[in-house]
Design a protein around this ligand. Structure first.
Ligand SMILES: Cc1ncc(COP(=O)(O)O)c(C=O)c1O
Length: 327
């Protein structure tokens, strides 16, 4: 059967009970573009081409569909900006009230976007972690539509794996190089390929390689030291606001997925992020610094793994963080 080019083409794998609850803005099935880095060809999933300008719509379309199924009328969420924008957009379309807690340092493009969708923005003084604490207090009374905690978000991000599998001819690549903050794309990719493996559709899950900013790298440190779980780490300022997460809530699961697949975690400096940002713009991709961090990590990974089929991604649109880039 011919299906629409959206992530809902994998409908049977997404646990929404009745079709009438599905809320889609036509998201997903993003292009997979071949690109060369230092003589090595890789495939890049262009995931900033989503309705709200980041891959977070993968999770939002499924989570908000589930909210409709449950009859939820109001939600809270906390975010560094992109997940908040995605949840706000889909809630607006569903007529669900929405409060988004963000750190006060969040890029103004993301703040404007959240408000434009009609959500209430609650700016929190201090760190991303403080923002989560304040949101959780609010969540004792209002439904917590958290992209980090709510499993239905991962049922959306897992479609990243299904799309790659279909786009490269019903198989798995050797490695996936992905950003990791809370790991919602990272774990989604793991779950998607695990489901494909369990169904006998691929032979193994790709090597999962996580990229962190050296300014905030709890999983990099935990992986290097052989720890089973991460501990809250010191955080310095970084352009890569989307992955500046000092204490990822599913850190243990992320580390397990990395070890199970023979993967690793790489950390990139602010200078490397800046270079990658310029390089990608010159290739015609205006991405946000968080996404440039992934490219910087990809270049590092390719130095030692030249023969593999490697897939990476561009997760967020540059227009969201213009003032940070000017700085
Ligand atoms: C553009 C972008 N890329 C990557 C990430 C990392 O996502 P996660 O925290 O789920 O690992 C984020 C998170 O906000 C983001 O905004």
């Amino acid at each position: 059967m011919k299906r629409d080019p959206t992530l809902w083409r994998y409908r049977e794998a997404i646990p929404i009970l009745q079709d009438e609850h599905i809320l889609s803005l036509g998201e997903g099935f993003t292009p997979l573009e071949e690109m060369e880095f230092n003589g090595h060809r890789v495939l890049l999933k262009i995931d900033y081409l989503f309705p709200t300008g980041s891959y977070k719509d993968r999770g939002a379309t499924v989570l908000v569909s589930k909210l409709r199924e449950l009859g939820i009328r109001k939600v809270v969420e906390d975010s560094s900006g992109n997940a908040g924008s995605a949840i706000a957009a889909y809630c607006a379309r569903a007529g669900i009230g929405c409060e988004i807690y963000v750190p006060e340092s969040t890029s103004s493009g993301k703040l404007v976007q959240i408000q434009a969708y009609g959500a209430t923005v609650k700016k929190v003084e201090g760190s991303r972690e403080k923002t989560a604490e304040v949101a959780m207090e609010a969540a004792s009374k209002i439904y917590y539509a958290s992209h980090c905690w709510n499993p239905f978000f991962l049922h959306g991000t897992k479609t990243f794996a299904f799309e790659i599998w279909e786009q490269i001819g019903w198989k798995a690549p050797d490695a996936l190089v992905l950003p990791v903050g809370h790991g919602t794309l990272f774990l989604g990719a793991y779950i998607g390929f695990k489901e494909l493996e369990d169904a006998g559709k691929v032979e193994r899950i790709p090597r999962l390689v996580g990229i962190q900013s050296a300014a905030c790298a709890p999983l990099y440190q935990a992986f290097k030291k052989g720890w089973k779980e991460n501990f809250p780490t010191e955080k310095k300022e970084t352009m890569a606001e989307g992955i500046a997460i000092a204490n990822p809530v599913r850190g243990r699961q992320i580390l397990e997925a990395i070890r199970e697949t023979g993967g690793e975690v790489l950390a990139v400096t602010e200078k490397e992020i800046g270079v990658a940002l310029k390089e990608m713009s010159r290739k015609g991709h205006f991405i946000e610094p968080t996404s440039a961090a992934t490219v910087a990590g990809l270049k590092k990974y390719l130095k030692n793994n030249k023969k593999e089929v490697v897939v990476s991604t561009l997760t967020g649109m540059g227009l969201k963080s213009v003032e940070k880039m000017l700085k």
